[in-house]
Ligand binder design. Structure first.
Ligand code: PRP
Ligand code: ADE
Length: 179
């Protein structure tokens, strides 16, 4: 049953060669977003996984920008709040920031300093883990706010880039894996 649901999601991810730079095989989730049945299946699978794994979650934190497409519907399903982690210069008020490198560049992530309280339990969500640079930076932001990261959760993991190793002791879960 889960295999069938996973297949429905996998069928809606398409590859593009040499985007956004030569040598990168880009995994595009646009067809998944465009198909309401497949998108619902995606959120069902993520909800089932989190409900089975964690008795208490305070927030879903999503990464700019594709994590914003998955985080809010998932948070709504679970009945918890959503916290945005944004690229530099987009959030008002006091912020924490961390710079990082990713599969095709460098960037800086920020979170509002009052986004979560010390000890609150957070799931960090994104569409994809490649080198793990982005997710690692998000974990560092949560550490600065003294939140507890229960899990880093993505739809797609690019196994060859070994991003999950960078996350060290933080639990990690991916729905679909690609070489
Ligand atoms: C992509 C993707 C992840 C990140 C993964 O985002 O959505 O956030 O790269 O790469 P990494 O594991 O090597 O860090 P991108 O920075 O391209 O921004 P976008 O979501 O705004 O397109
Ligand atoms: N972000 C980093 N690497 C990526 C890839 N190969 N496809 C889609 N998004 C990405």
């Amino acid at each position: 049953m889960n295999e069938e649901r996973l297949r429905r999601v996998r069928d809606r991810v398409r590859p593009f060669r040499d985007f956004p730079v030569p040598g990168v095989l880009f995994r595009d989730i646009s067809p998944l977003l465009k198909d309401p049945a497949a998108f619902r299946t995606l959120i069902d699978l993520l909800e089932d996984h989190l409900r089975a794994s964690f008795p208490q979650i305070d927030f879903i934190a999503g990464l700019d920008s594709r994590g914003f497409l998955i985080g809010p519907p998932l948070a709504q399903r679970l009945g918890v709040g959503f916290v945005p982690i944004r690229k530099k210069g987009k959030l008002p008020g006091p912020t924490e920031s961390v710079s990082y490198s990713l599969e095709y560049g460098k960037a800086e992530l920020e979170i509002q300093s009052d986004a979560v309280e010390p000890g609150q339990k957070v799931i960090i969500v994104d569409d994809l883990l490649a080198t793990g640079g982005t997710m690692c930076a998000a974990c560092e932001l949560m550490k600065r706010l003294k939140a507890e990261v229960l899990e880093c959760l993505v739809i797609i993991e690019l196994k060859l880039l070994k991003g999950s190793e960078k996350l060290k002791s933080v639990p990690f879960y991916s729905l679909l894996q690609y070489d």
